[in-house]
Design a protein around this ligand. Structure first.
Ligand SMILES: [Zn+2]
Ligand SMILES: [Zn+2]
Length: 347
């Protein structure tokens, strides 16, 4: 079989490599991968951002995917051949203090599929059954492939925000996590507006509109005028920063109402700003990172119910055999959530 691997420590350097079909070890299931999404972090590996310097290369990437179990290793009890599954790709060690107290998303020794070991852009992958989640029959495979990013939004909104019915919500950043966060905040009853920059005007802001949101282009629109119109001059109750850009937090501080909440989801690097206004306005600054079992459960239900519309969200124009095009288009904002048919790597 073949896989798409990061092969050297430079921009790009994604190559199709030959791999042996893995054998499932004790407690592992072998999954025939059907579909896999392209995530912002996969694009980070493509660009080779500093967060990925720890990677041993070559490593097959890809961590959001779905498939069917075709073989089980010794001692597998919860899953059988034929079961449809998704993987929780960020895995705690089970041993550190955070894992002991049920916070494995912030485990001190977490390993990530497609970063610390071979991922899902390959025909087959062997995964411990403890990291697998069953997919209900009612959820289509193409939509199931996107449970993992959906779970990031579910955690940000349901576990870590206070969004409730009638709340005015801004989601800054119309990337994959932003579009999912916006849909889940709406499902929680929020009135949601999605904000992007000039680069987003071509694809990502129109996508947010297709998903039913009002949008703001912060480079073309007057933020203050829009805020006054949408919030009666009060400011948003909750602002989610999914931009991954240093300007996201400072913008969130301008947009949130006094006594409101900012939820940081994107990893924004460094920024300098005066903090006294946050204290004087009693802003609740909350972070959200990765996701856990419960967030996966909720995501499957949100997809199943239609609250999260993956038919509109996913973009099937790209192939893993010409993946550079998908990565470059993603980085230029010309797509939001490429979804690959992984079966081409078994041919
Ligand atoms: Zn991801
Ligand atoms: Zn741990």
């Amino acid at each position: 079989m073949r896989g798409l691997a990061k092969t050297s420590r430079t921009h790009g350097a994604m190559e199709i490599v030959d791999r042996d079909r893995p054998e499932p070890g004790p407690g592992e299931a072998l999954i025939e991968v059907d579909y896999a999404g392209l995530c912002g972090s996969d694009a980070g590996i493509y660009e080779f951002e500093s967060a990925f310097e720890r990677m041993d290369l070559p490593t097959v990437i890809g961590h959001e995917y779905t498939g069917r179990i075709v073989e089980t290793g010794e001692g597998v009890t919860k899953f059988s051949v034929g079961d449809r599954v998704v993987e929780r790709p960020i895995r705690g060690c089970g041993d550190c203090y955070q894992c002991e107290i049920g916070e494995e998303n912030v485990c001190q020794n977490a390993v990530i599929t497609g970063v610390d070991h071979d991922g899902a852009y390959e025909g087959y992958i062997a995964v411990p059954e403890t990291a697998l989640h069953p997919v209900p029959d009612s959820v289509e495979p193409k939509h199931a492939a996107l449970v993992e990013p959906t779970s990031i939004g579910a955690r940000a909104v349901i576990q870590n925000s206070r969004v409730g019915p009638g709340d005015r919500v801004m989601v800054a950043g119309p990337g994959p996590i932003g579009q999912l966060t916006a849909q889940i905040a709406r499902a929680q009853g929020g009135e949601v507006v999605v904000a992007g920059v000039g680069q987003d005007a071509e694809y990502r802001l129109p996508l947010a509109e297709d998903l039913g949101f009002e949008t703001i282009n912060v480079e073309a629109d007057d933020l203050e005028v829009r805020r006054d119109a949408l919030t009666d001059g009060v400011g948003y109750d909750v602002v989610f920063d999914t931009t991954g850009h240093p300007s996201g937090l400072t913008m969130a501080v301008d947009e949130v109402r006094k006594g409101g909440q900012i939820v940081l989801v994107g990893q924004t690097g460094e920024t300098t700003m005066p903090y006294s206004p946050l204290v004087r306005a009693e802003i609740d600054l909350q972070c959200s990172y990765a996701s856990m079992y419960e967030d996966f459960e909720r995501s499957l239900r949100l997809i199943d119910s239609g609250d999260v519309d993956h038919a509109t969200f996913l973009d099937e124009r790209f192939s893993l055999l010409e993946a550079d095009e998908a990565f470059e288009t993603f980085l230029a904002g010309g797509t939001c959530k490429p979804l690959f048919d992984v079966s081409v790597l078994r041919e």
